[in-house]
Design a protein around this ligand. Structure first.
Ligand code: TXA
Ligand code: MG
Length: 315
């Protein structure tokens, strides 16, 4: 029987060589990171960037994050400042994305940046993506590997589900440890969090003073869609209405997993809850439920990022 998953590769010599070859040929590949899986392409290539936007059906005004292995590689692309160094020292490599001013010398394709004069950069910690970055001579533009406005993928099969054989290669790196996208912080003026993530505002605030935006709705990145992180069925927050095709996302010790109850974390651990969020939403959709009702999730630490995603999914 023909293997329908023949474009999913393990990360061995063959997988690495095929990935490098495709990236050097301006093709797009599906790669794991510690946050979510990404669609990677050469950030210096117009052809590669066009392919990413086309594959994702992403609006042209929504800029991409550029990924690097080392701080040595960024100097020609961005202008560095002290706030960046402070956060880099504490959190990198890891799930934090910095918005910095673009260096005029930068070779990054302007369409990757939606023609802005700022660049979002990130240093992922995942071993596979770090190794790949060492073997190529350009940084990787890499949005989450999902169709625009959908759920980010957290394993190779999720990526396959989104793009099937449109990708020549998807590297199987197991389940993404963190399970939601990186925190995005704007450092071009007074530091401000644009997208909450596992690294929270309070943690960052210990290193440098930031604008602690109270209202979640104020969090905004260019081109960020109001409706986002959508599983493809309605998500309803706050009320719980019983029904045969209704699924319930809950959190904490008092809930047992029963057929239509999906507990993000039985031990009430918000980090674990974040890592289960997309996996569970994808499963609910696949199981054929028609609506998702979401119970209360504490709005502290990683809970802030979880509630942000759920709120957008409910739009
Ligand atoms: O964890 C992650 O960040 C994953 C993995 C694959 O690295 N990537 C990811 O990329 O989530 P994406 O494209 O799905 O989300 C990028 C976010 C968008 O909200 C975009 O608007 C914002 O970063 N962004 C990119 N460039 C920006 C810029 N110059 N200024 C402000 N926001 C920017
Ligand atoms: Mg995304």
């Amino acid at each position: 029987m023909k293997n329908i998953y023949s474009n999913i590769y393990s990360f061995n010599k063959k997988g690495l060589n095929k990935t490098i070859k495709n990236l050097n040929n301006e093709n797009i590949v599906g790669l794991p990171t510690e946050t979510v899986y990404g669609l990677a392409g050469n950030a210096y290539s117009i052809r590669a960037i066009n392919k990413i936007f086309k594959l994702k059906k992403r609006p042209k005004k929504n800029p991409l994050i550029i990924h690097y292995n080392s701080i040595k590689d960024i100097r020609n692309d961005v202008l560095l400042n002290n706030n960046f160094f402070k956060l880099y020292k504490k959190f990198c490599p890891g799930p934090l994305t910095f918005i910095l001013k673009k260096n005029k010398k930068s070779k990054i394709t302007s369409s990757a940046l939606a023609n802005l004069n700022t660049v979002a950069i990130r240093f992922p910690s995942n071993r596979i993506i770090k190794t790949i970055l060492k073997f190529i001579e350009f940084p990787l533009a890499m949005p989450s590997a999902n169709l625009s406005s959908g759920l980010s993928p957290v394993c190779a099969l999720d990526v396959f589900e989104e793009f099937k054989k449109k990708l020549k290669i998807i590297i199987n790196g197991g389940k993404s440890k963190i399970g939601i996208e990186s925190t995005v912080i704007d450092l071009t003026s007074k530091p401000k969090i644009l997208r909450p993530g596992i690294i929270g505002a309070n943690e960052i605030n210990k290193i440098l003073k930031i604008n602690l935006v109270k209202k979640r709705s104020k969090i905004k990145s260019p081109g960020m869609l109001k409706k986002h992180y959508s599983p493809g069925i309605p998500v309803i927050i706050g009320k719980m209405k019983k029904g045969p095709s209704h699924a319930f996302i809950v959190f904490g010790k008092k809930y047992k997993n029963s057929n239509n109850y999906f507990n993000l974390s039985k031990k009430a651990d918000l980090k674990e809850a974040a890592s289960n969020l997309y996996k569970i939403m994808r499963k609910i959709k696949k199981d054929g439920y028609k609506k998702i009702f979401v119970g209360k999730i504490p709005n502290i630490g990683p809970g802030i990022a979880i509630n942000d995603r759920l709120k957008r999914a409910s739009k």
